[in-house]
Design a protein around this ligand. Structure first.
Ligand SMILES: Nc1ncnc2c1ncn2[C@@H]1O[C@H](COP(=O)(O)OP(=O)(O)OP(=O)(O)O)[C@@H](O)[C@H]1O
Length: 434
């Protein structure tokens, strides 16, 4: 799809030149000769960027920056000013413009400006959307006692600066938990730098972590920052640390001990104040026994270990997690009938939360916006287990399903069950572990 530019410029000749040039560059340019037309267009149409002249027949373009920013914080604004208008240009930046150019405009220069500004704008939007999504990922949906321990330890991890090792099978949410710890730590506003050690072996991983100077190896045609550099003041998340080769383990241990390192091919020592969170789905202690992982490194990274249990060991959480995942998939109101809940709780979920999320996404596609039915979950295998028999099991199943239907809201569940909030808490406590 073509990027749409709103060009606000009163000189017809300048407009003509810019429209022709940008049409050739693959943009769609919509023209406004004054602020009145611009305001009408901006209110009714969607644009990817605004090119704004300051001196317009019906007012000062600077005021229009405020109007744009009231409605859209992210859209790139490039201001075009006459020579000698530098103070105006500075003011335009202070009011929220992204860039300014001085007339006569060099079209090629403006095109480069525009491309860069649009790239940054789109990155900002993606980052904002990603952060919004990440904020909704709450790692602790649970009534299970094992997750209570996880929650307590995660809070301790967030309050401290010590290295944390998160263990658990694939798809249990180790990455989600690592981000939660970072966000809730005092480094939460700084970088969260993630590297997956299984995708990059040997020297490739070392290059990513340490960076390099020009000429350090054959293809090193320029200096490159390492992730340790970028994670300074923030958090470095090493996913699948069990897959880190021994040749990288030794220098990495040194970094942890000394908090400084050298880029590949460099002699200069660089300091980095990063906080380490690692994760693995492998048995690292067993790897130490087999000399595949250094014991001294393990001692350094596992000061605090948090284990995420697989979904099959906390099946009582499946209704709550499924509800929450539906909410994240923008389907908070969609009912999950008992038949489907028993299908979901009857399955062992080797891929854990990731698999549950995929299964729900597939079911939503198959349901085409309608109600979810059992046939949308075909392939989950085993039929639902026999209905609970003891009074305690019946009570547990009922409480859990009402809690799930109430989206984990204890007040709502208590009122639906016609018991007090305190009684419901007491019952949940008694039932934990069932
Ligand atoms: N609490 C949660 N909220 C929302 N989504 C979650 C949650 N936990 C896990 N997921 C989803 O499940 C998937 C797997 O999560 P994540 O990558 O954190 O797991 P992992 O244990 O790190 O997996 P792996 O070991 O394969 O790297 C992701 O799509 C993630 O969004």
């Amino acid at each position: 799809m073509k990027n749409r530019i709103l060009l606000i410029e009163d000189e017809a000749a300048t407009r003509f030149g810019l429209v022709r040039y940008f049409a050739r560059e693959g943009y769609e340019v919509v023209e406004a000769e004054d602020l009145t037309v611009a305001a009408r267009l901006f209110a009714s149409e969607r644009f990817d960027a605004v090119l704004l002249d300051i001196n317009l027949p019906d007012g000062n373009g600077l005021n229009f920056i405020d109007t744009i920013r009231e409605h859209d914080q992210a859209i790139p604004i490039i201001v075009i000013t006459g020579t000698g208008d530098i103070p105006v240009a500075v003011e335009s930046m202070q009011r929220g413009a992204d860039n300014f150019l001085v007339k006569p405009v060099d079209n090629a220069g403006l095109a480069i400006f525009l491309r860069k500004t649009l790239e940054i704008g789109s990155l900002k939007r993606r980052q904002a959307a990603h952060q919004r999504l990440e904020r909704h990922k709450e790692p602790f949906w649970s009534v299970h006692h094992a997750m209570q321990v996880v929650r307590e330890h995660a809070q301790i991890a967030a309050d401290s600066e010590s290295p944390v090792l998160i263990t658990g099978e694939t798809g249990t949410g180790k990455g989600v938990l690592a981000r939660w710890i970072h966000r809730n730590s005092r480094r939460g506003q700084d970088e969260f730098v993630e590297v997956n050690c299984s995708g990059l072996r040997g020297e490739l991983l070392a290059r990513e972590i340490f960076g390099n100077v020009r000429g350090a190896f054959t293809s090193a045609d320029q200096d490159r920052k390492g992730l340790l550099d970028i994670a300074d003041h923030g958090t470095l998340f090493l996913d699948e640390i069990g897959d880190m080769g021994l040749e990288v383990q030794a220098p990495f241990l040194k970094v942890l001990e000394e908090k400084q390192y050298r880029r590949l091919g460099d002699i200069k020592l660089i300091k980095s104040d990063f906080r380490l969170i690692s994760a693995t789905n492998r048995d690292i202690a067993g790897m130490v026994q087999n000399s595949q992982f250094r014991q001294d490194l393990l001692y350094r990274i596992n000061l605090l270990t948090i284990h995420l249990p697989p979904l099959r060991e906390r099946k009582s959480d499946i209704p709550i997690i499924a509800r929450a995942l539906l909410k994240n998939l923008n389907q908070p109101e969609l009912p999950l009938p008992d038949g489907i809940l028993s299908l979901l709780t009857g399955y062992d979920w080797p891929g854990n939360i990731r698999e549950l999320k995929n299964v729900l996404e597939r079911a939503l596609l198959l349901a085409r916006g309608g109600e979810l039915r059992a046939e949308h979950f075909a392939g989950l295998g085993t039929p639902p287990p026999p209905a609970p028999s003891s009074v305690r099991e019946v009570e547990a199943a009922h409480i859990l399903s009402v809690l799930a239907e109430s989206g984990g809201n204890v007040d709502l569940a208590a009122s639906r069950l016609s018991i007090s909030r305190a009684t419901l808490y007491r019952r949940i406590k008694q039932l934990r572990g069932t």
